[in-house]
Design a protein around this ligand. Structure first.
Ligand code: SF4
Ligand code: SF4
Ligand code: SF4
Length: 303
């Protein structure tokens, strides 16, 4: 049996995607019979792809966004050496949570992060070069060709396993263009009740003793649920986990179509249930997982 060489690298990432890989549990060991993991900073001593000098890699799995020259250098090197490149997690596919930074210029964001009203010296803005930040947060496919997109924050371990199994067999797995709403069992009547978005401090109406199928759709109750414009990667075998936990979808798998714009699509979805989109206090938050690709831009006047 041919053993496939697999490398995994993280760029601007929180390590949640790697933990999701490990959360495959014992099933990860089954995969390890068919692959050789040649690089994975979470597990190995060589911490970056630069320290790892090997020949051609069959499959590379890269998590995290691109925000620095170092990320870009690593990404290009990985692309050069890999037959197939899989973007793992919504940071890698759409910028993810870090791309909220795109609401400001990099300089303004860094000043905000490092400056403080505190008198303590070590909390002031560093006067040394902060190692080559790019002008904004990018998804991987803005710089290199990406063969497989596996969004999710993080993707479900069962989904990672399914994708890896298919990749090992030589396939190019992808998710069907279904929305979270397409997989949601809640009751829908086709119209919002109040015409406005409610603040999340109020509780939606549902009876905890009743099954989820008897609960009225969050969006139609007036709560911001991103289900209509979010890819249903979390809900292949069961109802969407957040909805099951009686919480609106936050949009963590990114748009239904990889080149979609969740903000525009959500405005249409709100109109279709009679909710006035202007009642959303911060419309930019609709792009909280998908602000790369130039979708989230600095506030006017942000320098
Ligand atoms: S997609 Fe989510 S879990 Fe993965 S690196 Fe980004 S923030 Fe972390
Ligand atoms: S808007 Fe939310 S609660 Fe309503 S159907 Fe879609 S996912 Fe379910
Ligand atoms: S329901 Fe929405 S926020 Fe929750 S896991 Fe699924 S895509 Fe992510």
């Amino acid at each position: 049996m041919k053993i496939i060489k697999v490398a995994q690298e993280w760029l601007g990432a929180c390590s949640g995607c790697e933990i999701a890989m490990l959360n495959m549990g014992e099933k990860f060991f089954d995969l390890l019979k068919k692959i050789e993991m040649v690089h994975m900073p979470l597990l190995f001593d060589h911490k970056t792809f630069d320290e790892f000098q090997d020949a051609e890699i069959e499959i590379s799995i890269v998590s995290g966004c691109v925000i620095s020259e170092e990320h870009l250098h690593l990404l290009k090197k990985i692309r050069e050496k890999s037959q197939k490149l899989c973007a793992l997690g919504t940071c890698a596919t759409h910028g993810g949570i870090p791309s909220l930074l795109n609401s400001w210029s990099t300089d303004a964001a860094l000043k905000e992060i490092f400056s403080s009203n505190s008198k303590k010296d070590h909390l002031t803005f560093p006067n040394k070069d902060l190692s080559g930040f790019l002008d904004r947060v990018y998804a991987l496919d803005e710089f290199v060709e990406v063969d497989i997109l596996l969004p999710g924050c993080p993707p479900r371990p069962s989904l990672i396993r399914e994708f890896l199994s298919k990749l090992i067999k030589g396939d190019f797995p992808s998710l069907p263009n279904k929305s979270v709403c397409d997989t949601c069992p809640t009751l829908r009547f086709g119209k919002g009740r109040k015409g406005i978005i409610k603040r999340a401090m109020e509780n939606p109406e549902y009876d905890p003793n009743e099954p989820i199928e008897k609960m009225h759709c969050f969006l139609e109750q007036g709560y911001l649920c991103m289900g209509p414009v979010t890819l249903a990667g979390c809900a292949f075998y069961d109802a969407p986990p957040c909805i099951k936990a009686r919480t609106p979808c936050r949009g963590c798998y990114g748009p239904v179509y990889s080149d979609g714009n969740q903000m525009l699509e959500m405005m249409n979805a709100l109109a279709s249930v009679g909710i006035e989109w202007k009642t959303i206090i911060d419309r930019r938050s609709l792009l909280r997982f998908s602000g790369a690709h130039g979708l989230l831009r600095p506030y006017p006047g942000s320098k």
